[in-house]
Design a protein around this ligand. Structure first.
Ligand code: IPE
Ligand code: IPE
Ligand code: MG
Length: 248
């Protein structure tokens, strides 16, 4: 048994199963830097990042965390070179095809948030297939944020609400109705928001939903992220006192 396995178990043993986050959201960052450190093309970092996706998913399944949301492509990421974007889209298609059966087998329901209709057609088709294949699953919900931006999401929500107002004569403009009109409708807000690669920002991710999320930032680059890192984040989360503006 390697020391790494031992310490993963040690971290796991600290986690209290009755105080788990219901929803973990992750900003998977640092793929490019991981590749750069190895003198590899950036896309090699994105490919290695798929391994970390499996680790995060396994970790959440193992703990029994019901919602995992991964930030995979932002509305701002279109600013990147065309070549990187198309390679990212191909990787995504590869992931969906490869993992579809595995997601189904492990009772994982796939969900997507973002302006999906603006993604390349081939990607949309593969997404649809994967969504349909996992539709009836009732275990963990894995949400991929694709062509996602929190401000765009709010614009889309407000437009929907305005249209509803025109149709029905009125619409409630309270917090609950805004939440209901977001892409994340029906999901609990994230309790724990993880960002890898040490950047201290939200980069337009779940701005509304993360109002009271506990933030956990690690220097680890996304391709190096393991189940143990996830367990460590959850264990730290459980030591925090969430006050929501009160006195605790
Ligand atoms: C995150 O890694 C993946 C995406 C944004 C698609 P990056 O590609 O942002 O990696 P860095 O930040 O350049 O290291
Ligand atoms: C955030 O990472 C988006 C995703 C992880 C998909 P970025 O690398 O795009 O964020 P910035 O540009 O450093 O803020
Ligand atoms: Mg980045």
């Amino acid at each position: 048994m390697t020391t790494d396995v031992v310490s993963e178990r040690a971290v796991l043993a600290q986690i209290k199963r009755n105080r788990l986050p219901r929803h973990i959201a992750i900003i998977m960052d640092g793929n490019g830097r991981w590749a750069q450190k190895r003198k590899l093309p950036r896309i090699a970092g994105h490919r290695a990042g798929m391994r970390a996706v499996r680790q995060a998913l396994e970790g959440c399944s193992q703990l029994g965390v019901p919602f995992l949301t991964l930030y995979a492509f932002s509305v701002e990421n279109w600013k990147r070179p065309q070549r990187e974007i198309s390679l990212l889209m191909s990787l995504l298609r590869e992931y969906l095809k490869k993992e579809r059966a595995e997601l189904k087998r492990r009772d994982i329901q796939l969900r997507v948030i973002g302006r999906v209709h603006e993604l390349p057609h081939a990607v949309q088709k593969d997404l649809e297939t994967a969504l349909t294949a996992t539709r009836d699953n009732s275990g963990l919900t894995l949400t991929l944020a694709l062509n996602y931006g929190a401000r765009t999401e709010l614009v889309d929500a407000f437009r929907k609400m305005a249209e509803e107002g025109v149709r029905n004569g009125s619409v409630g403009w309270d917090e609950a109705s805004i939440s209901r009109n977001l892409y994340t409708e029906g999901m609990p807000d994230p309790d724990l928001l993880i960002r890898t690669s040490g950047e201290m920002r939200l980069s337009n991710f779940l701005l509304w939903q993360a109002a009271y999320a506990e933030l956990w930032i690690t220097e680890v680059l996304w391709p190096d992220f393991t189940r143990k890192d996830l367990f460590r984040a959850v264990s730290d989360f459980q030591k925090r006192e969430r006050r929501y503006g009160g006195l605790g």
